[in-house]
Design a protein around this ligand. Structure first.
Ligand code: AMP
Length: 300
């Protein structure tokens, strides 16, 4: 195992990354996170390690992407465990900026990157302003780290689409790579927010991946009408008992996130649901039978 440099200021970050880059050509991989790391984050770091010379991880709970009624204050914070996971997964530099560094003039007067329509639908409709907060912090983190490759999880599918758009439109010189969802053995997508779930909620939360699986099974059985595919998933969530309340289930194109009129070569089913008071998201690409070789599996 290598060593891990933990830095706080942008100056220390830049100096450390520059010295890790060295004199020759070196690829810097970057994994931005909000901490409370788990194996999903570790997978992003491992991917970066296997492809890049220098691996930078940031842990920063970005206040600008939380709504006033959201869980900013109670968001889990596990700094010691985070450092251990980053080191074990192969990170070289762990950057933990402060709010003063990221929003020097205060949140109310911050420069904000607006995403346009792609950030206003689905998660954006339930969480107004969320993706402007995401776009803003990602632009700042990229400006500070200046990586060659940015690693993001497909778990936050819309976030990945939003970041691809801002990287393209702001002409940011970085390659964006999406990493498939890491799941628990029963199919639940790993998430820092799973820590909020009481035991009976944890059990009920498996209904999200089951709903995706039901929709996928309907496509495999030949269903091509988006309404029927969405209904297959919604039925599972609705039948999961009083702890689970569906927020949305949507079948969309993976690049544009626009609703599909028919299932073709590219389709992704996105869903969000509350389990108790915890809001969880999940998604699965759905492909007709002849595309099975590239399909991502979830547990039944
Ligand atoms: P977060 O700390 O939740 O903001 O997540 C940081 C990064 O890790 C984002 O790119 C997420 O999409 C990614 N991530 C979180 N959970 C998972 C997971 N279960 N599988 C793959 N990537 C994940």
């Amino acid at each position: 195992m290598g060593t891990l440099d933990i830095v706080e200021s942008v100056e220390d970050l830049r100096r450390t990354v520059a010295s890790a880059r060295g004199a020759g050509p070196a690829a810097v991989g970057f994994v931005p996170t909000m901490g409370a790391l788990h194996d999903g984050h570790a997978e992003l770091i491992r991917r970066a390690r296997s492809a890049c010379d220098v691996v930078v991880v940031s842990c920063y709970v970005n206040p600008l992407q939380f709504g006033p009624a959201e869980d900013l204050d109670r968001y889990p914070r596990t700094p010691d465990e985070d450092a251990r996971i980053v080191l074990e997964a192969g990170g070289d530099v762990l950057w933990r900026p402060t709010d003063t560094t990221m929003y020097a003039g205060g949140l109310g007067d911050a420069v904000v990157v607006r995403t346009g329509r792609i950030g206003d639908v689905l998660e954006g409709a339930s969480r107004p302003g969320h993706f402007d907060g995401v776009a803003t912090i990602v632009a700042k983190l990229l400006a500070a780290v200046a990586p060659d490759v940015l690693y993001l999880g497909e778990k936050d599918f819309q976030q990945l689409a939003v970041v691809r758009k801002i990287v393209s439109e702001l002409l940011l010189p970085v390659e964006v790579r999406g990493v498939p969802i890491v799941r628990e053995p029963d199919g639940l997508a790993r998430s820092s927010r799973n820590a909020y779930l009481a035991p009976e909620e944890r059990e009920a939360a498996v209904s999200l991946s089951r709903a995706l699986h039901a929709a996928s099974a309907s496509v495999e059985a030949g269903v091509r009408d988006p309404g029927a595919v969405v209904a297959a998933a919604t039925d599972v969530l609705d039948g999961a008992g009083p702890l689970v309340r569906s927020d949305y289930v949507a079948l969309v194109h993976p690049d544009t996130l626009e609703p599909l009129e028919r299932i073709g070569d590219a389709a992704v089913l996105l869903l969000a649901a509350r389990v108790g008071s915890t809001r969880l998201i999940d998604n699965l690409r759905l492909l007709p039978r002849d595309h099975h070789a590239t399909r991502t599996e979830v547990q039944p």
